[in-house]
Design a protein around this ligand. Structure first.
Ligand code: HEM
Length: 128
């Protein structure tokens, strides 16, 4: 069933895919983020495309393949500081600029990501 008002439908599959690729390119170059991510981000990007599709109101691709997201639990193996949350968000902000995601849909999406990113913070000390 088409749900044209969902952010997923406003952004579209192609732009979301470009966004995730632009985002992980930045992650791979970021001195605070790169060390906690796998060297090959192909699978990470694939899962993130599935996750963000459902996060934005599109089909539940992530849950179909991986079950309940339990995002905070899945991030517990990685030391996520406030600084890393800010770095993650700055990579996303720049990626949104690169793919020219603009307007209210961008503002709403980014605001939700700010809340989700801060929810992932699980340590105060950079090296654990
Ligand atoms: C996976 C870091 C925020 C969604 C991961 C992984 C790392 C990571 C290291 C594992 C990558 C892998 O092994 O493939 C971070 C950091 C964040 C952050 C430092 C800063 C706050 C977020 C946010 C979202 C998100 C805000 C969603 C909006 C995901 C998803 C996965 C993932 C869907 C894949 C989970 C899986 O393995 O199934 N993240 N993340 N992350 N992250 Fe984050």
């Amino acid at each position: 069933v088409e749900k044209p008002k969902m952010p997923y439908n406003l952004i579209g599959e192609k732009k979301l895919s470009m966004l995730v690729d632009a985002f992980y390119y930045r992650v791979s170059k970021h001195e605070l983020l790169a060390p906690i991510f796998p060297e090959d981000l192909t699978e990470t990007a694939r899962k993130q495309k599935q996750f963000l599709t459902q996060y934005l109101g599109g089909p539940p691709l992530y849950t179909e393949e991986h079950g309940h997201p339990m995002l905070r639990a899945r991030h517990l193996p990685f030391p996520i500081t406030e600084e890393r949350a800010k770095a993650w968000l700055s990579c996303m902000d720049e990626a949104m600029d690169e793919v020219e995601l603009e307007g209210q849909v961008r503002e709403d999406f980014y605001h939700r990501l700010v809340l989700t990113a801060h929810h992932m913070v699980n340590t105060e000390t950079p090296e654990r």
